[in-house]
Design a binder for this molecule. Structure first.
Ligand SMILES: Cc1cc2nc3c(=O)[nH]c(=O)nc-3n(C[C@H](O)[C@H](O)[C@H](O)COP(=O)(O)O)c2cc1C
Length: 273
């Protein structure tokens, strides 16, 4: 169990006794006291309270793409906010990790592949150029659902990048021409000037695409579906492409009791939550 199931301080119960100063703490001990108060408030926040949907892994499809699509559709139907926003984790060649949220820009259910777009010169773009492996995660608290895809990432063709960019609103396209993503911004003036120039450029040349605009495709080698349960009887189902399945089993110590080798080269495995 990863979430805290232990006793908690009632939310808002003893903020005054924490000694928190209105400005965030002045004395040498106040920061630690504030941290303790903050932690108490966080631990009192409900987690996985439910009701949550049930997930029967025996009824899951043989391949992960249709399950990914079904969970995304269910998230939309249930009104999950921004279900197409996901966290992308990358690592530089030296292993330094980083993660950020971005938007899903394409999906290939049959291939279990997901597209996202960014600037090739951004930190993530540089990471992917050095090390084309990444993970994508989604977490939808109202459903207690988490999905993780991991695998190799490759760059899609420039026509795809062009269509992706030109399909955006003028404001979004102007943002794509403003400054250089992940570079240092020297101040508000520079930002305003760059933005005004970008807006003028988009108005004058509506068909222009920034040089670095890139659509990336992550083809899942592993896909994992986590369905939380309010009683903490969580379910984790992992799919691995058969060529990678042996290595993945070894890494995580899972059991092949969810159906064994499936269709189209995927193995399904239940994992201890
Ligand atoms: C809701 C949301 C959606 C975002 N979508 C994208 C996106 O589709 N592509 C992108 O490059 N950055 C997107 N961003 C910004 C990224 O989170 C990140 O700040 C930026 O890409 C720079 O990341 P990097 O320095 O790690 O490369 C989004 C941010 C938010 C909050």
């Amino acid at each position: 169990m990863h979430e805290n199931d232990g006793p908690v301080t009632p939310a808002g119960g003893d903020d005054a006794s924490s000694g928190a100063a209105p400005d965030g703490g002045a004395g040498p001990d106040s920061t630690a006291t504030d941290d303790a108060g903050l932690l108490a408030l966080l631990r009192a926040a409900p987690v996985l309270a439910g009701p949550l949907p049930e997930f029967d892994p025996d009824g899951a499809p043989d391949t992960p793409g249709p399950l990914l699509a079904a969970w995304l559709r269910q998230a939309l139907a249930d009104g999950v906010p921004e279900p197409h926003v996901m966290t992308l984790a990358t690592a530089a060649a030296d292993g330094t990790p980083s993660a950020r949220v971005l938007m899903l820009r394409g999906i290939d259910t049959a291939a279990c592949a997901v597209d996202f777009a960014s600037d090739a010169a951004s930190r993530k773009g540089r990471d992917l150029a050095e090390n084309p492996r990444a993970a994508l995660t989604w977490y939808w608290p109202a459903q207690g659902r988490q999905i993780r895809l991991s695998g190799r990432v490759h760059v899609l063709d420039t026509e795809t990048a062009r269509r992706d960019f030109l399909g955006r609103s003028p404001a979004s396209r102007a943002a794509g021409f403003t400054g250089s993503m992940s570079g240092t911004l020297t101040g508000a003036m520079a930002y305003e000037r760059a933005r005004a120039e970008a807006e003028a450029l988009v108005a004058a040349e509506p068909g222009r695409v920034p040089d670095g605009h890139t659509v990336y495709r992550l083809r899942a080698q592993e896909a994992e579906f986590f369905q939380a349960d309010p009683g903490r009887f969580h379910v984790r189902l992992r799919y691995a492409r058969e060529d990678e399945a042996a290595g993945a089993r070894e890494r995580e110590g899972g059991r092949d009791d969810a159906g064994g080798p499936g269709a189209a080269g995927w193995t399904r495995t239940l994992l201890w939550p």
